[in-house]
Write a new protein. Structure first.
Length: 92
């Protein structure tokens, strides 16, 4: 059994990517982290198995779906503008 076919490797990779998201916030690595954890869960439950190309494809699809879901729920919404009504240096 190869390393990428072990479920916990995908879970650990997901947590590492989640840690990278903490260091570089902006929902860049979070979609990949969610995709890796979901891939690990699917491998662990025996839903997905096989070689590296299939697992990478599953990881990529799940990551894109997770990224799109994050973008839809937490992304910048159209027409959303931040209006500043006071400055941090104003002592009112």
């Amino acid at each position: 059994m190869m390393l990428w076919q072990v479920w916990w490797v995908w879970i650990v990779a997901g947590f590492v990517l989640g840690g990278l998201e903490v260091l570089a916030p902006g929902y860049i690595f979070l979609g990949f982290a969610i995709g890796a954890v979901l891939t690990g869960a699917l491998v662990g439950f025996g839903v997905v198995g096989g070689g590296l190309p299939l697992l990478v494809l599953v990881f990529a699809v799940l990551s894109v779906v997770a990224w799109l879901a994050l973008r839809r729920t937490m992304g910048v919404r159209e027409g959303q503008v931040k209006v500043w009504d006071r400055d941090i240096n104003d002592h009112r």
